[in-house]
Design a binder for this molecule. Structure first.
Ligand code: AMP
Length: 316
């Protein structure tokens, strides 16, 4: 059976970008494939180093995984640091990864630009550890958002080099996966770029946000002066609002606002009110499950400490 592996860094609360880019697919895939989903607490160390926050974040992501529908009886859910064989493979793969290609990685350049005082070696070799996470399970499919496409390409390169040097077909080539045709990029609310955990307080809608917070953030979302002619191209910030509407609203609602845009009758206040309401409807049941689970620490501990249900083939 095909194997699936993916993870999310424990660097803060999860948002709609994590849900629609990754988690939604985890939940579907767990019933179809042999699935491994982890909490990437070692990857988190590349940018976050407060030990207390790190522990809290692992628990928080685990809670959010379960609240979104991941089932520890169906998929293997684990914490990255609980599978130390990953680091063994990471060391071996590091000998096959070249400084030049790592320095050219978009995510590395972006993080180095944002935090010039913390350009650590772990940040540079992030794609190698990610490849080890995937290849240790010999996974075929990796459900991730569009921002991870380049990392998957690198994982394939490392797998090929390993196979070529040591043993043909030892590792399968892993591919980024989404149930739709294309990988997803969920935009933020501030007009440009993707929704992210640390892109400013009003950029992301978190799965734990209450109704009022969602409403406030959406109403503050960037818009323009409105369409100047019928059937015109939408500017980036308006396109983003429609992308979000497409994710949480029904097709009639989306069509209604598309028509309003096309005949220049759109009122952004109405669009935002509807978007906020549909986001609230979407987030509320997840938030309620998170709150429920947080009252049940014993259950969370039990899930977290469970050894991998399916034995990992120890490599080498
Ligand atoms: P991270 O929070 O960077 O560890 O990302 C965890 C997963 O969520 C990865 O598969 C990302 O591709 C996905 N993800 C994060 N933000 C977004 C976004 N704005 N749109 C789509 N996918 C996202």
């Amino acid at each position: 059976m095909e194997k699936v592996l993916s993870g999310i860094r424990s660097t803060g609360q999860l948002h709609l970008g994590n849900y629609f880019g990754a988690l939604r697919n985890f939940v579907k895939l767990q019933h179809e494939k042999e699935c491994y989903f982890f909490i990437a607490n070692v990857h988190a160390l590349t940018t976050h180093n407060d030990p207390v926050q790190l522990r809290e974040s692992v628990k928080s992501v685990l809670t959010e995984y379960i609240a979104c529908g991941l089932d520890p009886d169906v998929a293997a859910i684990y914490i990255q640091s609980d599978l130390p064989e990953t680091y063994e493979l990471y060391t071996l793969l590091n000998m096959l990864a070249y400084k030049g290609e790592l320095e050219k990685t978009v995510s590395f350049k972006e993080k180095a630009r944002k935090s010039p005082n913390n350009v650590n070696a772990g940040l540079l070799t992030y794609p190698v550890l990610m490849a080890a996470d995937i290849l240790i399970h010999r996974a075929h499919k990796v459900p991730v958002g569009k921002d991870q496409e380049q990392h998957l390409e690198m994982a394939r390169n490392f797998a090929q080099r390993f196979n070529h040097r040591y043993e043909e077909d030892f590792f399968p080539e892993p591919f980024a996966f989404n149930f739709g045709d294309e990988l997803v990029k969920v935009p933020g609310l501030d007009g440009n770029g993707k929704m992210g955990k640390s892109e400013g307080v009003n950029n992301a809608i978190f799965l734990r946000d209450d109704d009022q917070t969602i409403q406030k953030k959406v109403m503050k979302a960037k818009t323009d002066g409105g369409p100047q002619s019928e059937n015109s191209e939408k500017p980036e910030e308006i396109k983003n609002l429609f992308t979000l509407l497409n994710l949480v609203s029904n097709t009639d609602t989306v069509q209604f606002f598309e028509d309003k845009w096309n005949d220049c009758g759109i009122r952004y206040g109405d669009l935002k009110k509807q978007l906020a309401q549909d986001m609230i409807n979407f987030v509320t049941p997840i938030r309620e499950k998170i709150v429920d689970l947080e009252q049940n620490d014993a259950l969370l501990q039990k899930i977290a400490r469970r050894v991998l249900k399916k034995p990992v083939q120890v490599l080498m």
